[in-house]
Structure formats: structure tokens, C-alpha cells
Design a protein around this ligand. Structure first.
Ligand code: CUA
Length: 358
């Protein structure tokens, strides 16, 4: 039975309940995608701008609705009324209702323009020694390139987990390998489009340590909703230690099962063709995420599930079930060719190897 078959009051109640739930979820500050507990100057300036525009909208709404209700009630038709006196043109009124919206628009435009320029111009750009991270988006994951701590000419590549030192301006360049994406950390900075062949820039600063949720905010294909990332805002010492560790090779395990997994990874399973693992002679692929320190990351498959043994196994068994449309499930022979399908023991070996990459 559709909504239309019910009493109109029921319909209104149902619609109000749905909107109410949406409003409550959207405005719950600790929700991942809520922008109401902003940290850092970028998200805070955007939140202030939101309140400013919302205030202007509420002001206009109240004024217009009040005038409308007053006119409807005060001038409603009564029995015996004749047509009111017809007028055409009223110079003073016309000037007033042209000026009033212009003032309201100015109230919205001035802080908007100020915020746009503040957010576009980094207070500590790379040319002046500011920190830089290159963001490269692909369907459906994120690559983050850092400057190597020992050699500024070299790049340190990681994926799906952005680490930044607390209270530090971090400049980002945004590039895409395929389609349009949008970079968004709801509590730290608003959305900036990631456009292929057009390097967009932004800056962020996290003022509280912790883990923050990032999400692609531009529809980019079937797994757009699964294109997330983790942002770790940490003390300078923790950040330096992390970067130092990232610069080293992935942990080399002596465990036989992990060694067997390494052999598969660099051999018959074909993983090496698309993934890089620093320290490996064969695993140099760049089509998929760099997995050098996969085991130290908090999530798997671009922020969509906890990095646990069970989830890693689930991912390797059937990537398409976890993240529909992903390139690995679509193109890797072990998933496309039934004759090459990974056996359960092979998956166990690969899991052991990947989980040793600390
Ligand atoms: Cu990438 Cu949506």
C-alpha cells in the first residue's frame, strides 16, 4: 500500500518522521560525516559560514512568512466585500524591496568571499617550507605521497591512511588517475574536487589528535560510497616515528606460511603486477595501492573495514563482494579465470604474508 492510500495526516506524520530522523542523524556532532564538531581552522571557518548563511535564510523565511500570514488573515475576503482599490507602481516600496535583498545578499557574499580566499591561500605554503602531501585518487582508493625523511628528492608512497602532525599546516595537491573525485574530511576540511589532469590545491590543519573519517564526495562509480580513508592526526613525535617507519621496508617475516605467501604474491598469484612492496624485487606495480606497511594500517580496502585477519581473508576470497566493481576483482586472473582461482591454503598463506607487513 502506497502513502497515498492513507489519511493525509498519517502521510504528513510519516514524512515528518523521516525528515526528523535525517535531521537528527545529520546534525549529531560525533557522526563520521557530521561537520558540526569541526577541528582546525578550515572546517571551523566553513562551519561559521554555514551558520551565517543559515541565519540569513532563517531571517528571510521568518520575515516573508510573517508578512504572508498577516496579509492572508488581515485582508481575507469577507461577505459583502467589493474589489479593493487597484494600484499600479509604488516607487518607495519598489526601492525598498530591491534594496533589502541586496543587503541580505551582501551579508551572505562578504563572509563567503573572505572564507573562499582564506581556504584557498595556505598560511604556510610549500614554497615557504610548509609540509606537502600529494593526494592521488583512483576508483576507489587514495594514494598519499610524502617527502622522504632522508632524501627530499624521493617520494614515500602510502595508501588510504593520511597521517598529519597536529597543529601543522599541511598543503595538499589533488590529482586523479581516472574520473572526478572529491576530497573531504568532514571534521577537518570541506570538499575540494579531484580532477584528472588538473592539479587542485588545498590546505588543512588538524587541531586535535585522533582518527578522523575521510570520504570521496563526488559520485565516481559503483563503489563511490566505499571510497573512504582514515586520517590520523598525531603528535609531531608520533608523526615523525610513523614517517620513519614508512621509509623502511615492510617487515620481513621468517614464518614459513608468510614466506609461502610472499612467494605466491611475487609469483603465481600475480599480485606483484599491481602492488608495490618496498624491499621486494618483484612487487613494483603501481596500479593498486602500495602495500608496504599494510598490516600497520587501521583499515582495509580504502577505509571500509577494520584491518583484521577475517576481513583480509574475506577481501581476498571475493573482492567484488566487499567492494563492487574494484579493479582487482575485475582484472586479476586469480578472480577472472576459474582455473587460476586461489585455493583456501593459498589464501591463508597470502593473509599470513600481508599481515606480516608491519
Ligand atoms: Cu571517488 Cu566518489
Amino acid at each position: 500500500m502506497g502513502l497515498t492510500a492513507r489519511h493525509p495526516v498519517v502521510n504528513v506524520a510519516v514524512v515528518a518522521a523521516i525528515l526528523g530522523v535525517g535531521l537528527l542523524v545529520g546534525c549529531t556532532p560525533d557522526h563520521n560525516q557530521s561537520t558540526f564538531d569541526a577541528t582546525g581552522p578550515v572546517a571551523k571557518s566553513q562551519l561559521i559560514l554555514f551558520y551565517w548563511i543559515f541565519g540569513a535564510a532563517v531571517f528571510v523565511f521568518v520575515l516573508v512568512e510573517a508578512a504572508l500570514l498577516y496579509a492572508v488573515i488581515r485582508y481575507r475576503k469577507k461577505p459583502g466585500d467589493t474589489d479593493p482599490k487597484q494600484t499600479h507602481g509604488h516607487t518607495r516600496l519598489e526601492i525598498a524591496w530591491t534594496l533589502a535583498p541586496a543587503i541580505v545578499l551582501a551579508v551572505v557574499a562578504i563572509p563567503t568571499i573572505g572564507t573562499i580566499f582564506d581556504n584557498a591561500n595556505s598560511p604556510h605554503p610549500p614554497e615557504e617550507g610548509g609540509m606537502l602531501v600529494e593526494v592521488v585518487a583512483s576508483q576507489w582508493w587514495w594514494q598519499f605521497n610524502y617527502t622522504h625523511p632522508d632524501d627530499p628528492e624521493k617520494t614515500l608512497v602510502t595508501a588510504n591512511e593520511l597521517h598529519i602532525p597536529v597543529g601543522t599546516v599541511v598543503n595538499l595537491t589533488l590529482d586523479s588517475k581516472d574520473v572526478l573525485h572529491s576530497f573531504w574530511i568532514p571534521k577537518i576540511a570541506g570538499k575540494v574536487d579531484v580532477v584528472p589532469n588538473n592539479l587542485n590545491k588545498m590546505w588543512i590543519r588538524g587541531d586535535e589528535t585522533g582518527n578522523f573519517f575521510g570520504q570521496c564526495a563526488e559520485f565516481c562509480g559503483i563503489s563511490h560510497g566505499n571510497m573512504r580513508f582514515n586520517v590520523v592526526v598525531e603528535s609531531r613525535e608520533d608523526f615523525d616515528a610513523w614517517l620513519r617507519k614508512e621509509a623502511g621496508p615492510g617487515f620481513v617475516s621468517t614464518e614459513p606460511l608468510a614466506a609461502q605467501g610472499k612467494e605466491l604474491f611475487e609469483g603465481s598469484a600475480g599480485c606483484f603486477a599491481c602492488h608495490t612492496i618496498a624491499g621486494s624485487n618483484r612487487a613494483r606495480g603501481t596500479r593498486g595501492p602500495n602495500l608496504t606497511h599494510l598490516a600497520s594500517r587501521k583499515h582495509l580496502a580504502a577505509g571500509i573495514m577494520e584491518n583484521t585477519q577475517i576481513n583480509l581473508r574475506r577481501w581476498l576470497e571475493d573482492p567484488d563482494e566487499v567492494k563492487p566493481g574494484n579493479l582487482m576483482g575485475r582484472d586479476a586472473p586469480v578472480y577472472t579465470d576459474p582455473a587460476k582461482k586461489l585455493t583456501e591454503p593459498e589464501i591463508s598463506a597470502l593473509v599470513a604474508y600481508l599481515r606480516s607487513l608491519k
